[in-house]
Ligand binder design. Structure first.
Ligand code: FAD
Length: 322
């Protein structure tokens, strides 16, 4: 690398996203004394910040509130000198300084130059796309039980979905709601481990199997949800409910890599075991990559690997590898 020509302000590593993956990458990179900047989403938040209780993070047997855990990640990375700015990254483009390749990242009206990028932008909850859903967001439709569950004390709510999060959040909602009806398009849950057992045994949880949502109904606020039986399409009924919590999967925040790095048909970034994407100098980690298990612990592991792989990439680029 021609060190003379790479401007002083160019970062070694620029991390996009401030969730478990981004903060772990930040901790490892800053601790390895890489010049590291994190751009932390402004209009989106890390999923852990909306999670009430995480009880499967090793070493914390009493469980931990997701927001508190993010604060701990942040304090630990900051202590090693991670620099952070708020912003929504909209573009990544190649740039070069006298033959040394790097990347130019745009967030808001500002551009940042860097030798390596770690994309840790996570994922967002998918919407049902049915009439009434968008209209009633904030008036009965929610994607976050932790945020909105307490509003439904002694009321009836519906949870849509059958995976781990749907079942976990249905159980959480029983703390407040009078009844929780779980609407699932199949006749068995996709959730694993102890969660289905707990849900089946819970007196407040009912199930509407083989059912898809046709519409969210109400006047000023949600009053019910119209469902159709997929086995018997003539069977359409309305479940009265004041809250509808939707947990039907994730959409990765990876549009900024369009045309830059390979993604799978669902938009998840394809990485090798060392978190390298198809674009040299761009690494990805956490919920935005193609993988089996999207959890805090796996996001942290990915983040550590991405930071170390980026460090080796930069040392190689600078001719400092040993
Ligand atoms: C309700 C709920 C309950 C959960 N419960 C558990 C649990 O019990 N145990 C467990 O292990 N996991 C749980 N998870 C999953 C866990 O939260 C995720 O696996 C984890 O947060 C993924 O970390 P991440 O860093 O990859 O992404 P995220 O935590 O989603 O963070 C992504 C970051 O990227 C930022 N970002 C996005 N786009 C941009 C952009 N364009 N520019 C800049 N920044 C951007 C966001 O603002 C955010 O800071 C739960 C998730 C939810 C939603």
């Amino acid at each position: 690398m021609d060190k003379q020509r790479v401007p002083e302000q160019v970062e070694d590593i620029l991390i996009i996203g401030g969730g478990p993956a981004g903060y772990t990458a930040g901790l490892y990179a800053a601790r390895a004394r890489m010049k590291t900047l994190m751009i932390e989403g402004e209009s989106t938040v890390s999923q852990i910040t909306v999670t009430d209780l995480i009880e499967n993070y090793p070493g914390l047997p009493e469980g931990v509130n997701g927001f508190d855990l993010r604060e701990r990640f942040r304090a630990q990375a900051d202590a090693f000198g991670l620099r952070r700015v708020a912003g929504d990254v909209t573009a990544i483009a190649p740039v070069s300084w006298g033959g040394t390749a790097g990347w130019r990242v745009t967030a808001g009206g500002t551009t940042y130059d860097t030798l390596a990028v770690i994309v840790a932008a996570g994922a967002n909850w998918r919407r049902l796309g049915v009439p009434g859903e968008a209209e009633f967001i904030g008036r009965g439709v929610s994607y976050c039980a932790t945020c909105d569950g307490p509003f439904y004390r002694n009321r009836d709510v519906v949870v849509v979905g059958g995976g781990n999060t749907a079942v976990q959040e249905a159980l959480y909602l029983t703390r407040f709601a009078r009844q929780v009806t779980l609407v699932h398009r199949r006749e068995r849950l996709r959730a694993a481990g102890v969660l289905p057992e707990r849900a089946f045994a819970h007196p407040k949880i009912a199930f509407a199997w083989n059912s898809v949502v046709q519409a969210v109904e109400g006047k000023d606020f949600v009053e019910g949800i119209r469902i159709q039986n997929v086995r018997n399409p003539a069977e359409v009924r309305v479940i009265p409910a004041e809250g509808v919590f939707v947990f039907i999967g994730l959409t990765p925040n990876t549009d900024l890599l369009a045309g830059i790095a390979d993604r799978d048909p669902n938009g998840y970034v394809r990485v090798d075991p060392d978190m390298r994407t198809s674009a040299p100098g761009i690494f990805a980690c956490g919920d935005c990559i193609q993988k089996l298990l999207r959890q805090v612990i796996t996001a942290c592991g990915d983040g550590a690997t991405a930071a170390y792989a980026a460090q080796l990439y930069i040392e190689d680029l600078k001719g400092e590898a040993y």
